[in-house]
Design a binder for this molecule. Structure first.
Ligand code: FE2
Length: 414
């Protein structure tokens, strides 16, 4: 039994204590008289762990392996990865995956959905990710998407590789319809995705319309199919950049249909502002989907890292607070209410997307998983890009960090 005292929860002015027993939250109250081991959290903001619902762990730190992506486009990134993959062992793959996970977890992440390329008949990435998922299961919720990076129908046998990936144990079906050779093939890949999800009882996460091309509307078909099948809340549309360029009257109609299906959206702000708009001169598009409008319409939307030093994006360090900071700037979400709720975009909304809500959140009966931010309010956390001072999993510290200490002549200004 353990007690965390002087805890500041979201939206609450009064501090509370959290009691945990066998890794589960058994009490949240102003006063908990129970005598047990006690940890003073000093009035800092405590929120559920960060969630990164879209990350390519098999690609992390591969930027230097092949030729440089000179055009900075999504399509050259795919070409560069295609040239350099296939030269790795499962052990080498696992080493990079662990490096990526460690970076994210040190920033307070405790749940990751990773897209693993299955258009490699050796399944090196998938084998590595499946082993890692098992090895880290006590400290991290790791979901794996069977992701056909080079398409399902852009060459013979692609769809079969996705199906094999699901049989091997991937949690979600992936697709990349805007990369298929023709619109009809892209549509076929969406039909196949839904068919496979139903056949194997899997979640869906499609790289959907990651292009500025306003004619790329695979999202419309994906949403319609999952709406008809009643699996919208088990479905995610990642990126949907073209929806950010869509005509307003089209967007207005689609918002109602998204709301009806319950489909989830993931936006990758740093990645997509970097990759998109490359064919624009000026005005130059931001590359993001309509994050603010989706959120205003009550549709679940969250932010993700996507890449760490890979052929698509040279930077990325798993710091979800940095992703959030970029996201709310690019999406223009800074009303007082939006700032207060901003952390939801990298916490709860991601957990909803990953269908984790049966075990996520700070409430009695849930696992005692949370992070402690070096801030006393939501505003301070977002404004200061507050760091993590502790990450707690099942009532135990995954780590604690000393907040930054400053000394010197600046002390005169106290
Ligand atoms: Fe991605």
């Amino acid at each position: 039994m353990k007690k965390f005292t002087n805890v500041r929860l979201k939206g609450q002015k009064e501090l509370v204590s959290i009691l945990t027993e066998d890794g589960i939250i058994t009490g949240i109250a102003k006063e908990i008289p129970q005598e047990c081991e006690t940890v003073d959290l000093e009035g800092k903001l405590v929120v559920p762990p960060y969630v990164d619902p879209h990350l390519h762990l098999d690609y992390v730190f591969t930027a230097e392996l092949g030729e440089q992506n000179d055009s900075g486009t999504l399509f050259e990134g795919i070409q560069r990865w295609s040239e350099s993959k296939g030269n790795m062992t499962v052990e080498q793959m696992k080493e990079r995956i662990y490096k990526g996970i460690r970076k994210e977890m040190l920033h307070g992440v405790q749940a990751i959905r990773t897209h693993i390329d299955v258009t490699d008949p050796t399944f090196t990435g998938l084998k590595a990710a499946l082993e890692v998922r098992e090895e880290v299961k006590d400290i991290l919720d790791l979901q794996i998407v069977a992701f056909p990076q080079e398409g399902m129908y852009a060459y013979k046998g692609g769809a079969e590789l996705v199906e094999e990936g699901l049989k091997m144990g991937a949690d979600c079906v992936g697709a990349i319809p805007h990369f298929e050779l023709a619109r009809e093939f892209g549509e076929k890949s969406i039909h196949k995705t839904v068919e496979l999800a139903l056949k194997y009882d899997k979640l869906i996460d499609v790289h959907c319309d990651e292009t500025d091309d306003t004619q790329s509307r695979f999202l419309e078909l994906l949403n319609a199919l999952v709406l008809m099948e009643g699996i919208g809340t088990r479905t995610t549309a990642s990126h949907t950049c073209s929806f950010g360029s869509a005509d307003n009257s089209y967007a207005f109609r689609m918002m109602k249909l998204f709301k009806k299906s319950g489909i989830n959206f993931i936006s990758c702000p740093t990645e997509n502002i970097y990759l998109e708009g490359r064919q624009d001169t000026y005005p130059k598009r931001r590359g993001l989907t309509r994050v603010k409008e989706l959120n205003d319409n009550g549709i679940n939307v969250c932010f993700a890292q996507d890449s760490m030093s890979d052929p698509w994006y040279p930077l990325g360090n798993g710091n979800m607070m940095m992703i959030l900071d970029h996201g709310i700037h690019i999406a223009q979400m800074m009303s007082p209410e939006e700032i207060t709720n901003a952390l939801d975009l990298v916490t709860t909304n991601g957990a909803v997307t990953m269908n984790l809500m049966d075990r996520y959140g700070i409430a009695e009966g849930k696992p005692a998983n949370f992070i402690v931010l070096n801030a006393k309010t939501e505003f301070e956390a977002v404004c200061e890009r507050a760091g993590i001072v502790a990450s707690v999993r099942r009532g135990e510290f995954l780590f604690r960090k000393e907040p930054e200490k400053v000394t010197g002549a600046i002390d005169l200004l106290k």
